[in-house]
Design a protein around this ligand. Structure first.
Ligand SMILES: O=P(O)(O)OC[C@H]1O[C@H](O)[C@H](O)[C@@H](O)[C@@H]1O
Length: 521
């Protein structure tokens, strides 16, 4: 390390002794005066965030407040009623988890949810879980039948001691709904009443909530309208499973509250979320032209990149800015963990296309106990640090910038703080580029197209049933007057045939134009 880099390190380091956290931007090559240039915009961003925290309709497209910061500081909620419901909500979650753990009736959790309703719980469980935790946890986070089978097979013979947490904010997302039905079927097959094992986490009055009430499920926990899925890990969505696996959820919330205090301050250079957002802005020129590669040197944090992928990309990936201009904003996020990735894609980061900036995440404490020496005077943890610093240096020498975030220890408190740091950095960055970070209009397009495709299935089958000799996909499409849908129809027929569904077979193989499909039996 050169003296000038050390100087830059000391000059720009943002640190918080209470959380044991540092943010080092010395390896980002921003020019002198960058902070000064950005200061007016950052002050506006602070003001907008203050409004948001006071209950402004910060998500106007959905006419919603944005309240995830109140989850860890209920006193800041805009009404006493919200504050009280948040406090009693956490009390109820903690009491429920204590009871379940003490009774020892349940040994496993099957958590059902997708997107924000699964990624947070998965990330927290992997980051803080222990081999001897009171309940083990597994996840159904898709509508993949084989995926269901694999997880349910692992729970075979254990369903009588399995608690199922069904999570869906809207209560009508198809994937968790399908997963719930598949889990319910498995319970029925095993002769175990599903309702007595099922917990619903959803917005009051949703389809899922109504089902849980009608079937008298074991428990229901509310999700708030003003908490988005990707920032729901500190609502019942994340707290219920975390408390059940024995994680100190109050410390988790407190860590986030501490980070919120730190990142609410308006002295930019002392505010780690502001500094982080500005580094993203610098790296990608405010247009997301560089990808964000997340490299935690800690196995427990391997899901952090996936978690941040949703948080950052669903929040910032927007076609329009708030004036309605087409901006196609966003920052692509990917990563896994170090040093593992050094044996994979880091080759390209060092030598290939320079379209990214890296974020190294370091946990200074190696492990709970003592380390053996793997070489005289050297531990495995020394290697991990060496690889982190070495990779950072190798990247820097080749013109690749990086940020390093370090914490002393990974605990519920520091994990809460890390999540809160990124939540606010995303909020501030969205202000800098003037977009709504709290809606996700693009997601709807795929959902609508999927439901149109499902609607075609019955029509395709009935057309096929009317012939004996078999039809090509084109013939089916023409019969239905849907020639523009021919490829989708071909895909549906192929899916039928491979799954031997409804008696559909391929009676003459070949290319998509000549393959004949028929109904047999
Ligand atoms: O919790 P749910 O309402 O089931 O939603 C689950 C997920 O699906 C949606 O499509 C959104 O894009 C995500 O932000 C959300 O977390």
């Amino acid at each position: 390390m050169t003296a000038s880099l050390w100087n830059r390190y000391c000059t720009y380091l943002v640190s918080d002794a209470d959380l044991g956290l540092t943010l080092d931007i010395s390896r980002m090559r921003f020019p002198d005066g960058f902070f000064e240039t950005m200061e007016p915009a950052m002050q506006q961003a602070f003001a907008a965030m203050a409004q948001l925290e006071q209950g402004a309709i910060a998500n106007p497209d959905e006419n919603r407040m944005v309240g995830h910061y109140w989850l860890r500081t209920p006193e800041l909620a805009p009404t006493a009623e919200i504050a009280q419901s948040l406090k009693s909500g956490v009390d109820a979650i903690v009491a429920f988890a204590h009871k379940v753990i003490a009774e020892k009736k349940f040994r496993h959790i099957l958590h059902i949810g997708i997107g924000g309703s699964a990624l947070g719980p998965q990330f927290v469980a992997q980051a803080l879980g222990e081999a001897n935790q009171p309940l083990s946890i597994s996840f159904l986070d898709n509508t993949d039948p084989d995926g269901f089978d694999r997880v349910l097979a692992e729970l075979n013979g254990k369903l009588h001691e399995t608690l199922v947490t069904v999570v869906s904010k809207s209560g009508s997302t198809p994937e968790p709904s399908n997963a719930m039905l598949e889990a319910k079927a498995a319970f029925q097959m095993a002769g175990i009443p599903f309702a007595a094992h099922a917990v619903a986490i959803t917005m009051p009055g949703s389809k899922l909530d109504q089902l849980a009430i009608a079937e008298k499920w074991l428990a229901r926990f509310p999700m708030q309208d003003w908490v988005g899925g990707r920032t729901s890990v500190m609502s019942a969505v994340g707290l219920v499973p975390a408390a059940l696996v024995g994680i100190d959820v109050r410390a988790f919330l407190e860590g986030a509250a501490a980070m919120d205090r730190l990142t609410r301050q308006t002295t930019t250079r002392q505010n780690p979320a502001a500094v982080l957002a500005l580094m993203w802005y610098f790296a990608g020129d405010g247009k997301g032209s560089k990808d964000m590669v997340i490299l935690p040197y800690k196995d427990r944090l391997a899901l952090f990149s996936k978690y941040l992928q949703q948080l950052v990309m669903e929040s910032l990936g927007k076609e329009l800015d708030r004036t309605g201009a087409v901006v196609n904003q966003g920052i692509a996020v990917y990563g896994n963990k170090g040093s593992t990735d050094q044996h994979a894609y880091i080759q390209q980061l060092r030598d290939g296309v320079a379209n990214f900036f890296a974020t190294f995440i370091q946990v200074r404490k190696d492990r709970a106990g003592l380390s053996i020496a793997v070489e005289p005077g050297i531990t495995s943890g020394d290697y991990l640090l060496g690889f982190l610093l070495g990779t950072r240096q190798a990247l820097y020498e080749n013109g690749r910038d990086s940020i390093t975030i370090a914490i002393d220890e990974l605990t519920p408190r520091t994990l809460g703080a890390l999540i809160a740091l990124y939540e606010r950095a995303v909020g501030l960055y969205a202000e800098l580029v003037n977009i709504n970070a709290y809606h996700q209009p693009g997601v709807e397009a795929g959902k609508k197209a999927a439901s149109a495709i499902l609607g075609l299935k019955a029509k395709v089958l009935s057309a096929l049933r009317q012939t004996t000799g078999g039809l090509t996909a084109e013939a089916v499409a023409n019969q239905l007057g849907l020639s523009q849908e021919v490829e989708t129809i071909y895909q549906i027929l192929d899916h039928f045939a491979v799954n031997h569904a409804s008696g559909v077979v391929r009676i003459q193989g070949g290319d998509p134009l000549s393959t004949l499909f028929a109904v047999r039996g």
